[in-house]
Every structure is written in C-alpha cells, then in structure tokens.
Design a binder for this molecule. Sequence first.
Ligand code: HEM
Ligand code: HEM
Length: 501
Amino acid sequence: MAVSSTQTDSISTGTNQNSHHIKNRSAYDDQVVKLFLIATVIWGFVGMLVGVLIALQLPFWPANMGEYLTFGRLRPLHTNAVIFAFAGNAIFAAIYYSTQRLCKTRMYNDLMSRIHFWGWQGIIVSAAITLPLGISTSKEYAELEWPIDIAITLVWVVFAFNFFGTLRVRREKHMYVALWFYIATIITVAVLHLGNSLAIPWAAMHSYPIYAGVQDAFIQWWYGHNAVAFFLTTPFLGLMYYFLPKAAERPVFSYRLSIVHFWSLVFIYIWAGPHHLNYTALPEWAVTLGMVFSVMLWMPSWGGMINGLFTLRGAWHKLRDSVVLKMFVIGITFYGMSTFEGPLLSIKSVNALSHYTDWTIGHVHSGALGWNGFMTFGMIYWLLPRLWKTKLWSNRLANAHFWIGTIGILVYVISMYTAGITQGLMWRAFNEAGRLLYPDFMETVIQIIPMYWARMIGGSMYLVGVVLMMINVYQTIKLAPKERKDPVIDLPAGSGALGTA
Ligand code: HEM
Ligand code: HEM
C-alpha cells in the first residue's frame, strides 16, 4: 500500500461555492504554527550564538567573561537552547501543522495550544536565567531544577491532551505514519522526564535525586540517550515522513517499510542507553546489552534513511530548483551518517578510543547540525510561503544559506574527528618502558587548539546561514498580504480513510 501525506491531506483555501453541501468545516489553527516557527528561528539564533561563544572559549580563555559567562555555565545553556528551544519549537511547529492536516481537523483546543506555546517559552526563559546563575541538577540535558521540571510536566500534559484530543476527533480514519512517530515522542518523553527527574526538593532551587551512584548514572543515560532518540529523532522522522513527500510531490517510497521502521526503532532505541557508560562501574552485562542494541539500531535507522532518499526517486531533478529538497537531502544523509557512526561508537573497543574525546562532539553535531538543523530549515522554507500566503522573499539567499551551512557542518565535524582521534591516540600512547608517552594532559590539549579554531569557524559559518534565514523569514513575512483567509477543510461528512470515500 502506498500512502503518502500528499494523499491523506487535501484542503482548499476557503471560498468553496459548494460549502453548503459540506457538513464538516473548520479552519486550521495556523496561528500557533506561525508562533512556533518564529520561536524556532529566534531561539535557534540565540542557542547557536552561545554555541559559537563556547567554541571560542575553549581555544581562547579570555572569552570566559566573569562568573556567569564561563564555559561551564554556558555549555548547558547552549545544549538546552538548541535542543529544547530550537529543535523543540521546530518539532511543535511540525506537529501542529501536520497533525491538523493529517486528521483533517483543527487542534482539539486553542487555549491548550496557547498554553503549550507560552508555557514552553516561559520554561526556556527560566532556563536562560537559572543556568548562567549556576542553578543546575548537573544531569546532562536535565539540568533544570525541580520547580522548572514541574512546569515542564504540566506543559507536556497540556500538549498531550491537545494532541490526543485531536486524534480522537479526527475525521480521517487512517493514521498516517508521521502521527505514530509523534505519539511515540509524546509518550516516551513524558516517561523519560518523570523517571529521570525524580528528586527530593531541598530548597527553592535545589534538590537531590532519589537515585544514587551507579543507579543514578544508569537512569541518567537511559534518559540522555532516549532524549536523543525521542526528542531529536522520532519527531524529526515524523517531520520527514510528512514534509518530504509534500515537497517532492511523490508518495513515500515504501509505506510498509515506514511501519517496520517505526516499530523496530522504538523497540530497539529504548535499550541502548548503557553505551554511554562503557568502562564504568555499570555491570559488564548491562553495557554489552546496550552495545548489542545499539548495533541493531543501525538497521531501522538506515531503513528510515533509505525510505527518505528513495522517496525522491524520479524527482532528483527537482533538487536543482528546490532549496527545501536540498536541505532535506543533506538532513537525511547526515541522519544516515550519524546513525552509522553511533553504532560504531558503541562498540567497546571503538569507544575505548573515542570516549571523552572530541569524536563524540563530532558525532553529536553531525546529527544536530546536519539532521536536526537541516530538516528544520527545509521545513521552515516550505512552510513560510504557505503560512504567510506569499512567495519566499529570496531563493538566492536560501541557496546561500544551504551552501554556507553545508560547508560549515563539514568544517565543524572534520575538525572534531581530527581532534578526537588525535586526543584518543595520544592518551593511549606508551613509550618503550611502558609509560605514558604524554603524561601531561595539557600536551594533548595544546595539540588540538588549531582544531578548536577550525570548529569555531565552521560553527560561525553555520550561524551566518541561520542569520541569512532570519532575514528571509523577516522579509517574507513583511511581503505577506494583510487580509488573509484561514484555510478551510472541505470534507464530506462521514468520509472514509484517506479522504477518498
Ligand atoms: C553554530 C552552531 C553550533 C556550535 C558552534 C556549537 C558548539 C558547541 C560546543 C563548543 C560544544 C561543547 C563541546 C565540548 O564540550 O567540548 C557543544 C556541545 C553540544 N552541542 Fe553544539 N554547537 C552548535 C549547534 C548545535 C545544535 C544545532 C545542536 C542541537 C540541535 C547542538 C547540540 C549540542 C550538544 C547535545 C552538545 C553536548 C555534546 C556532548 O555532551 O557530548 N549544537 N556545541
Ligand atoms: C543508531 C543511532 C545512534 C547510536 C547507536 C548512537 C550512539 C552513540 C554513542 C555510542 C555515543 C557515545 C557515548 C560516549 O562515548 O560517551 C553517542 C553520543 C551522542 N549521540 Fe549518538 N548515536 C546515534 C544517533 C545519534 C543521533 C541521530 C544524534 C543527534 C541527533 C545523536 C546524538 C548524540 C549525543 C548528543 C551524544 C552525546 C551524549 C553526551 O555524552 O552528552 N546520536 N551516541
């Protein structure tokens, strides 16, 4: 069965003369999609600006300016901003836009949509204030203290109610695969957040985790790894399955493969966390389990990549003119690269070389800049003219963004691979007497300083691309006609699956 988002979503833009024959009519709530989209662009800029600053702080210590703006304080600010603010707002924009189309109905409750949007921005602002102040649980990607954790839980529950409410009142029987990826995201992120954040509040902004020692580490990396899986992967796969067929005007290559991809991915991902704790106090069997599941993850991940790239069969020529497709192709290719590299890194003997080195940072940013960043940019360039009912202000500028961003990623990751492998090899080098060849840690650091400068340049190029996109977003919105009609869904009451009845 070949089903595509193109098929499952047919809307008209309003003035339908036969409207009196149509029972079910409601306008989509695109206002909230616009809000999430604008927030994505703004937070993306802020988060990556902080990324460039911390990239500068490593080779150039005077850039650590006072207590609040040191590397140690700004690093978690960067990770929180890019993951939860940039990628977070992007996936919400994708979910709110596509869910309404795939369910052929407006979001269940407008107020809930607004609470979700403003609540999430409030959480981001509180992170931006508390992290530089040094208020942190010190758990990576879960640094925010308990009052903010409670706020996250409440906002997530509102989001879940709104999303599942929409599914309940949907007017399209078939649930397209993108929706399954969103469901997995919403449920699993809730479970992860609750599980890892359990803590005993000690003061207004201080708490102790209920876990201790190795259990704490284990739960933390069950969370940390699955934050990558269910925040940076599954929602972006949903995004891919919806927006790629739309942009390519082709049905997804294999719908069957997308279902196999979904179930195998969610089943396998959840077990892979221990690969972050190789050679620690975690029992050997647990680490081996994590490694085996990580290697198995290669298959569904590449199944997804192949399904994405093959969707473009017969449409490759469209890449010449479509910056959206170009962005998606680079995004999916980096997904393939980072999910090939991940299983490799999880193998104990490889991890013995890579762990604690910049190789990990290279891996992270091939996924983050390539996969998350470029899928987001592709979606933004696709949505902009449609949401604001106008043309993209400048295709040339978007193309410039594409090229400077792509080169930026390459400079970033190649410099980090070089730095990582250099560090790893130097740390394990012995002299003839069996002593460490480089006992002074500083020696290994000095060796990689040029690589840190190169990363700074690559990161800055990527950021310049984002600035070009901001200009395009601003100008396109300025072009938008002032009087706009909301899109209206025209669907005969009681229509069957895929809107074909
Ligand atoms: C202009 C773009 C960016 C620059 C210059 C940049 C720079 C950096 C730097 C310098 C670090 C610290 C590395 C270290 O501790 O040695 C870092 C960490 C990190 N960044 Fe970025 N970054 C950028 C964009 C992004 C984006 C878009 C994402 C995610 C969507 C991201 C996710 C992360 C994560 C998860 C870490 C922590 C990695 C780890 O702990 O292993 N970054 N980044
Ligand atoms: C098949 C899929 C993947 C597997 C098996 C995998 C495996 C791994 C492994 C083994 C590490 C190194 C752990 C260490 O030595 O400390 C790692 C780190 C990391 N990976 Fe992946 N990876 C995969 C895909 C991805 C993707 C697509 C992204 C981003 C979108 C990503 C983001 C990260 C991050 C942020 C870290 C650093 C965590 C930290 O130490 O702070 N991974 N991954």
